[in-house]
Design a protein around this ligand. Sequence first.
Ligand SMILES: Cc1cc2nc3c(=O)[nH]c(=O)nc-3n(C[C@H](O)[C@H](O)[C@H](O)COP(=O)(O)OP(=O)(O)OC[C@H]3O[C@@H](n4cnc5c(N)ncnc54)[C@H](O)[C@@H]3O)c2cc1C
Length: 496
Amino acid sequence: MSATTLDPLREAVPRLIDHPQLHGRQLDSLSEMIAKTRKFARESIRPRALELDRIADIDPGHFPWDLAAEGAKLGLLNLITPRPSGGDVDYFCLRASLLAEEIAAGCAGMATLFGAHALGLTPLVVGGPAFWDGVMKDVAASKDDVRPTIMACAITEPTAGTDVEHHELVRTAKLVSRAVKVEGGYRISGVKHFISNGNVARWITVIMPEDPKNPYETTLGFLVGNDSPGFSVTKVEHKMGQRSSPAAELTFDDVFVPNDRVIGRPGDGTPMVAGVLAGSRPVVGGIATGIARGAYERLLDWLENDPAAAGLLDRQQVQISLAKMYEAIHVSRQAYLDAATEFDAVSLGKLFGNSLVKAFGRMPSAVRTNALAHRRLNSDLSRRLLMQVVNREVGDDLLTQSLAMSSLAKARGGDTAMWVTGLALEIAGLECGSLRPELEKCMRDAKLCQIYEGTNQLNRLEVFEGLVAGQSMHVLGDAVAGMSTSNGSTPKGAVV
Ligand SMILES: Cc1cc2nc3c(=O)[nH]c(=O)nc-3n(C[C@H](O)[C@H](O)[C@H](O)COP(=O)(O)OP(=O)(O)OC[C@H]3O[C@@H](n4cnc5c(N)ncnc54)[C@H](O)[C@@H]3O)c2cc1C
């Protein structure tokens, strides 16, 4: 018996209610998207989850193109694409997080595959309207392709992981990569590792400093095609869990990046990473909640239907354990829903409702794709204007709180996924037949949720700073102050 036969009232699925940020048509369209994605996860992903896990154990670079294509048709590769690029961005963090839960309940690796793609797009989204054409449009247009255009985001280096994901620790990060300004663009060199989708991505957004000894002041973003001379995939990782999403080491050997693919100015990288993580950590909370829910649903099915489990469900100890699992799943979900709603309603997501940003978005594509217009949109003046919008509409304090809420959701989710999958295995024991490999996979998948997008330790530091101590990151404050100077020096830290 499969989880699809569970009584809907007893499934540990989200119950969406009308609330001020989400109502009427928005709620209807979100519910419809969730239903479609749940069907995709249950009918297409879950039956293949173990097979994909085994294939990737032998061939770690394996990429399930057919499932990626099926998901693309549903819109899962366009979750954060702005409207002018062919997307449908309203409440995008909330929607991406809820859909991540659905996919992860079937197979967490597949949820990471779609999530890492969205992570690759995010620097382009926060890069401003100058980046909402070209590659972003190609990605949106590839949704019906047999091999849709896949993205990746490369921040981590072999010597720098946790530190490059924190706005203060980054100051002392031991980065090795370097971007050198040259005529017409930059030349970038270095190694990025553990990059999800890295071996199959057509485009990679790369975060790199001009001066590796001074990353806080000099980091910026680059959009690199996988056909660029000097780019190579030098290793594919042998993963413990979430294997249907490959992770690779990428080497950039003096890769030329033209000016129109340079995202931001030196110093923009740190707030850009903070903005990306504020939006992506609730999605990890969703993935983690989905893993826990998948383990719970599989266990409940087995307890109710497998003769080997006869009598177990009548034991109070098992009943209490199931109730605690349900409780933990519910709390994790509330944590990511809160964080995602905050991101969409009062933090960076809100910018898409700003009239200036909308006006940029409404410009005809032909105007935006024009080289001169692109230069103007990506000019210091446009960036200052947008930065002022970010500062007025969001500001440092809200951004800090939103990042901390996202960290809370991510850390809570990761720990819940580990705890629920462990308990499910304990209850099922050794003699649970075909359930055992499924639960084992859920537990291996869960571990990654405590590591990527910043380890849970780092995320709890963010919770301490933003929510317990109430400290502000002051990233935007510095940036705005830097912009108001007329000495022409490069402003420090601009989000868009
Ligand atoms: C499968 C996988 C996929 C990934 N995908 C991507 C991707 O697509 N793109 C990308 O850029 N990165 C990716 N990552 C990288 C991921 O974000 C990093 O692994 C993570 O940030 C941790 O960095 P690290 O591995 O260097 O660990 P380290 O930073 O070396 O940390 C090791 C340990 O020390 C602890 N620690 C470190 N500093 C502190 C501190 N100041 N205070 C307290 N404890 C501390 C950590 O919590 C951890 O327990 C991926 C990683 C994995 C494993």
